[in-house]
Design a protein around this ligand. Structure first.
Ligand SMILES: [Zn+2]
Length: 302
């Protein structure tokens, strides 16, 4: 464990990467930033635009973190697929702390912008049961008539929709629904598909309706006789991969979808190079989530 933490200086990676194009404010992205002394042995900056001060870890998963030097090893554990309890034993950090670290990391990955799709885009979807894992007070859950007060209606399921093109550009999104409808499609890919694309899907009228709205050419695989494989197999592999977590609370589905997409896209390993690569990517993203807001995450209803 000591090995990675000594070799990888996470603060240095953040500093180098975040200032590679000049100093930028972590709050408002202004370039009117000056060095402003030190804070906890870390360089402090002040923004002339929003007047706020920041360090290299501000608005990152490591913001206010007591053990930043344990992050390289934590990332190694995450890449290896260790459970939070196993990682907690290795790192000698509490399981609860690591729960928040994991979700901050996944939120940073979720923030990476999707690229525009090129040409033919295949879509596939799957429904999962709603899970309240980890939520307190489930036994006293109110009936449906009080649904608004609670986070979901009885019968609602988690719809996971994925879209992929031939260059393996992937987007995936989970929403909460009573049934599959056009809004699910809009919510997942509405901003990413244009008239230049052709959509390939299997049967569901919601897709054809979406395509007509947006004037997009489409192929319904059940009519055209062509098969759709990559989207479906991606979803099946995602479900297999998820088994290791022994069930997750549905409200975190989008975080795990981003993590899976990321692992698929970039071949990671738990070597020095793999860990450093992930830290660099993480340092480029600005997140504002803190521990309390992570627990309040919820799936949007489409
Ligand atoms: Zn600012």
């Amino acid at each position: 464990m000591e090995h990675y933490n000594k070799v990888i200086n996470i603060l240095e990676i953040f500093r180098t990467n975040r200032s590679s194009k000049g100093l930028i404010c972590a709050h408002c992205q202004s370039q009117q930033v000056i060095r402003y002394g030190t804070y906890n042995k870390k360089q402090r900056y002040k923004c002339k635009t929003c007047k706020k001060t920041s360090t290299d870890f501000t608005n990152s998963p490591l913001n206010m973190c007591h053990f930043p030097n344990k992050w390289p090893e934590f990332i190694k554990c995450t890449i290896k697929g260790l459970s939070l309890r196993e990682s907690a034993r290795v790192l000698k950090v509490s399981y609860i702390t690591l729960f928040y670290w994991r979700h901050k990391l996944l939120i940073a990955l979720k923030n990476i912008k999707n690229k525009e799709f090129i040409g033919l885009v295949e879509v596939a979807d799957i429904f999962l049961s709603y899970s309240l894992k980890g939520q307190k007070g489930i036994d006293v859950r109110a009936p449906r008539k009080c649904g608004r007060k609670y986070k979901y209606l009885l019968g609602e399921k988690v719809c996971v929709l994925i879209a992929t093109d031939q260059s393996r550009n992937i987007t995936s999104r989970a929403t909460l629904n009573l049934g599959f409808n056009k809004r699910c499609v809009y919510d997942a890919i509405g901003d990413l598909i244009t008239e230049k694309n052709t959509l390939l899907f299997n049967q569901k009228p919601a897709y054809s309706s979406f395509c007509r709205d947006k004037k997009i050419t489409f192929y319904n695989s059940s009519i055209e006789g062509c098969s759709i494989n990559s989207g479906r197999s991606y979803l099946n592999n995602f479900l297999k991969w998820m088994l290791r977590f022994k069930g997750i609370a549905s409200k975190y589905t989008n975080n795990y979808l981003s993590w899976y997409k990321f692992l698929n896209k970039i071949s990671f390993n738990d070597t020095y190079i793999g860990i450093e690569k992930l830290i660099k990517i993480m340092s480029s993203e600005y997140i504002t989530e803190i521990n309390s807001s992570i627990c309040k995450q919820r799936l949007e209803t489409a």
